[in-house]
Design a protein around this ligand. Structure first.
Ligand code: M6R
Length: 368
């Protein structure tokens, strides 16, 4: 039950820290990650030369975050595909390809069929799933359960955090098995991952600004989201959540794409959320996103930034600042997405909508 919360979505957002803790539980050693992937043993993981991630919706966006981490750490090329696009194509796969499916429910029809499509062509298969014993993990050679706990609200929130964590764990495991990352470097990521639950609690405790924003924006007709690198999937996720439960037109863009079209949408008063990487971690990316902000502000956009607590450089460019604690670049999405989830929830609530049962949507899409 909702345990005192007004909606399952609100309850599940509040459960983010435990979801992340439970996904990591028993899997973090000091300088490595312990994963038992059954048939996908070290030898199998050394034999693959490519990874394809297949998923839908929010799970697909978590896969985009996973791609950056796995490629950086394990030096294996990763593609991310929508399961329904993948299954109706003729993708190039063989026994050296690992197809990772990501699904909260483990019952999404297109994702299940994508796994079957992959198996039929001899690819290896791993399922990252939140539901014990669901169909997709049963169809896969190996499974990494996310242990986020049951997710009832149609809008996926804590499961996204756990899916990102699951892929970070897998990426570190693969990096060790393939010898692409020194123990000290793995230890540094592990140490930062251990901080995430406390940092998430801090983010959840400091969302007064989001609340005010949502009330102020309840009549908006269109909201844009911008990000780069791992902030790009965060932007896509922020936009999806807003569409889903508040029925406001929303789009996510990669910062570098602005000049290739989307900047034409900017007119005075247009609200744009910008996901900003920490300047301490990523000075170059930070300066690129600040340039994007300058470009849209010059055209009258109202800019709401999600930025790291110590980032003073972004202040002159923001109308509203939503703060998150400093972490490593690949871990940033876990913290940055939370204010966007809360924003969607608060805005839909301000509009008087049923956030748990948005129109036209089902929790799991088991038909086509
Ligand atoms: O159960 P799954 O993770 O396979 O579901 C995939 C999507 O249907 C799901 O993430 C959907 O996009 C959510 N409603 C997003 O909030």
């Amino acid at each position: 039950e909702k345990g005192g919360w007004n909606s399952f979505m609100a309850k599940e957002i509040s459960e983010g820290p435990e979801a992340v803790e439970n996904t990591m539980r028993g899997r973090l050693a000091d300088s490595h990650v312990e994963l038992d992937l059954g048939a996908l043993d070290d030898e199998a993981l050394r034999s693959i030369d490519r990874i394809v991630i297949v998923a839908c919706g929010t799970a697909n966006y978590s896969g985009l975050v996973g791609k950056y981490a796995i490629e950086t750490w394990a030096r294996v090329p990763v593609e991310v595909d929508l399961a329904h696009e993948f299954r109706y194509r003729d993708p190039v796969l063989d026994e050296r390809t690992l197809v990772i499916s990501i699904s909260q429910s483990g019952e999404t029809m297109d994702t299940k069929m994508a796994v079957q499509h992959a198996k039929a062509q001899g690819a290896r298969t791993l399922s990252i799933c939140n539901t014990q014993g669901a169909t997709i993990p049963r169809e896969s050679e190996a499974v990494l359960y996310t242990h986020a706990g049951p997710e009832v609200a149609v809008a996926s929130t804590k499961a996204f955090l756990a899916q990102v964590i699951g892929q970070l764990l897998f990426g570190l495991h693969l990096a060790r098995v393939r010898g692409t990352m020194a123990d000290e470097a793995i230890a540094e990521v592990v140490a930062e991952m251990r901080e995430l639950p406390a940092e998430l609690r801090q983010v959840l405790a400091e969302q007064e600004a989001v609340h005010e924003l949502a009330h102020w924006m309840a009549d908006s007709r269109s909201v844009l989201f911008l990000g780069r690198h791992v902030g790009y999937p965060v932007a896509l996720e922020g936009a999806l959540k807003l569409k889903e439960i508040s029925y406001i037109h929303a789009e996510g863009f990669a910062g570098g794409e602005l000049k290739h079209g989307p900047i034409a949408l900017i007119e005075p008063g247009q609200v744009v959320f910008v996901v900003v990487p920490s300047p301490r971690n990523e000075p170059l990316l930070h300066s690129k996103i600040v340039s994007n902000i300058q470009e849209i502000r010059a055209r009258g956009a109202r800019v709401i930034v999600v930025a790291e607590a110590g980032d003073a450089a972004v202040l002159p460019y923001a109308d509203v600042v939503l703060r998150v604690p400093l972490t490593l670049p690949m871990l940033e999405p876990v913290l940055q997405v939370v204010p966007l989830h809360i924003f969607a929830l608060e805005l839909a609530t301000a509009k008087g909508l049923d956030v748990d049962q948005p129109r036209n949507l089902a929790k799991s899409v088991t038909v086509e």
